[in-house]
Design a protein around this ligand. Structure first.
Ligand code: BG6
Length: 491
């Protein structure tokens, strides 16, 4: 399957945003489009059609939403009033109740004949099917149209399939852009370059030279105002099924034959398919669910999850997950992958830690034996790549000490780093699918995750409490300690 790449400026662009008055539009999409516009990455003839249910005029939308809700999310250091005015000039507002097919006629009239249409569905996924049907019914779709689907794409395998089937009736797979914003992060893309642009890691990137891999995405934020969504979602669906598994894919995949979308996605799919399914006994032993209780983050007292707004008092939703995964393939035989994510943790940090094997034999008698080579790839808050090496401590004896080779990417490359959404939106506009999930990837991820959700139910599992501002329940450390390993911050 080839990637239909349309050069910038080929056709006028109509960017149509469903959920144009929503939270994601305000926080991420519109600021990202503003930045793309400011840096001349939108086709010259672009229009942005914000779709919402409110009975607003264009002016109402610009004032009530763009100015008041979206603009505060643009970094004031880069904001420019003149460029903002030019950006606002691209907008139109179309009132559409997506459940009313008649309303789509208004949209059909607003879209320009022959335009390249990008339909961004930033709504609840329950509406995806209706929106696609009504778009088709109103004659808004053609073979050039592209649709962008926001997560959560399903609640389980069956619902993910149902969405894919329904959207697939109106769009071919190469017109569908399933967003996982982690794939748009500079550092995540850089991981591919680290692996496939440097010859030195290739031979070592496998068992038995790698002992274990840790992938952590820790957040300091709590559930905030999203309890309605989060409480029946939980951390496994919200973060592991997509972001963490995508990171795992990039760490573990075989070198793709090229950067073509399907070449990369074929390799990621193989990783997902090689995840060893977990039995109920595995789930009891190798997974830890947690829920934060009151504590302090960054010196500020914070509530426990059960005290948050709109959270049921007996909620069993997990706000933390740690688990040990295995890949059933030659490259990774017997190498545990530890995945961990949580809200209200001690710090905001996303990192991948690759622990290389111990020395087969040490001829250097003096010095701590437990040190090994460790590659730490930090995705956020700052991008960095560090390799821990052993060196001789100055002096007369032969003492080893770990020292860190530090790749300072911020200093080495001072170019502006675009936010994930900006980069991904530009990819959609240019028809680049490499950093979007293909249908089979999504379904393979659900195939592995769903039994864990069922296993927890079967085990009657309650999440373990952990104090906000810590690194999760003690059982998470025990998961590693069992194998004589430790999470990076505990080592
Ligand atoms: C989203 C989740 O997909 O990712 C949120 O729904 C989470 O719960 C967010 O906070 C984390 O993204 P980032 O880019 O801040 O690490």
């Amino acid at each position: 399957m080839t990637n239909p790449t349309s050069p910038l400026n080929e056709r006028p662009l109509d960017m149509i945003i469903f959920g144009g008055g929503g939270d994601l539009a305000a926080r991420k999409l519109l600021p990202a489009l503003y930045m793309a516009h400011t840096h001349c990455n939108l086709p010259a003839d672009t229009r942005i059609l914000a779709i919402g249910r409110k009975d607003w005029t264009r002016e109402d939308y610009l004032r009530n939403f763009m100015e008041e809700q979206a603009r505060p999310f643009i970094d004031s250091k880069v904001f420019d009033a003149q460029s903002w005015d030019k950006f606002l000039a691209l907008f139109d507002y179309v009132r559409v109740d997506v459940e009313n097919p008649g309303d789509f006629q208004r949209l059909a009239q607003a879209a320009r004949p022959g335009s390249q249409r990008v339909l961004y569905l930033s709504t609840s996924p329950e509406l995806f099917v209706t929106i696609c049907e009504n778009l088709d019914g109103a004659g808004i779709l053609d073979e050039h149209a592209r649709v962008v689907l926001e997560k959560p794409l399903g609640h389980d395998l069956a619902s993910a399939r149902a969405i894919n089937d329904a959207v697939g009736k109106h769009f071919k797979e190469e017109q569908i852009y399933r967003i996982d914003h982690y794939l748009g992060k500079e550092t995540v893309q850089n991981l591919m370059v680290l692996r496939f642009g440097n010859a030195i890691f290739g031979p070592l990137w496998q068992a038995p030279y790698i002992k274990s891999v840790q992938i952590t995405v820790s957040e300091t934020v709590g559930v905030g105002s999203r309890a309605g969504f989060y409480d029946h979602t939980g951390a496994l669906r919200d973060m592991v099924q997509n972001h963490l598994l995508q990171l795992l894919c990039i760490v573990a995949m075989e070198p793709p034959v090229s950067l073509d979308p399907d070449a990369v996605r074929d390799e990621k799919l193989k990783v997902l398919k090689s995840l060893r399914p977990m039995t109920v006994a595995d789930i009891a032993r190798d997974t830890v669910r947690g829920q934060y209780t009151a504590g302090a983050v960054g010196g500020e007292a914070v509530k426990g999850y059960l005290q948050e707004q709109n959270v049921p008092a007996d909620s069993r939703a997990e706000t933390f997950v740690a688990l040990r995964a295995h890949l059933n393939n030659w490259r990774w035989a017997n190498v545990p992958f530890f995945l961990r994510t949580g809200k209200r943790m001690q710090n905001r940090r996303s990192e991948i830690v690759i622990d290389f094997a111990d020395l087969p034999f040490s001829i250097i008698p003096e010095g701590p034996r437990h040190y090994g080579n460790r590659l730490t790839i930090t995705l956020q808050p700052e991008e960095s790549i560090q390799l821990q090496m052993m060196a001789k401590e100055p002096g007369s004896g032969m003492h080893m000490q770990p020292v860190t080779l530090n790749l300072d990417l911020q200093q080495a490359m001072t170019q502006r780093r675009a936010e994930a959404y900006e980069r991904l939106l530009i990819d959609v506009i240019r028809g680049r699918l490499t950093h979007f999930m293909r249908r089979d990837e999504l379904e393979a991820a659900w195939t592995w995750v769903e039994p864990i959700l069922n296993g927890w139910k079967e085990l009657g599992d309650r999440p373990r409490g952990y104090t906000a501002g810590t690194f999760g329940p003690a059982a998470s450390s025990a998961l590693m300690a069992r194998e004589n390993l430790a999470w990076a911050e505990e080592a």
